[in-house]
Design a protein around this ligand. Sequence first.
Ligand code: ZN
Length: 93
Amino acid sequence: MTTRRRKPRAPNRQSTVQCRKLLRTISEYLDNDLPRPMCAEIRKHLGACPKCELVVRSLKRTINLCKKADVARLTASDKTRIRKEILTAVSRL
Ligand SMILES: [Zn+2]
């Protein structure tokens, strides 16, 4: 007889430690700067941990968006104007 397995609400301590370890190396992982065995370990964790998989997926998406975005350079006068606008906005708070 099979019963539906419920996911435990309390975070699993083991996975939390692994998650933290993974998130510390995630930027190197995304830059392909990690040695192969570590990449394999991370991929294994991502397959087993939906939370980390989601983090990595959204990070990748963000990085791609940043790469694609044609960011206009601010001129000195733009910077001055924006700084003034920010200060004005802050002073109104
Ligand atoms: Zn995780």
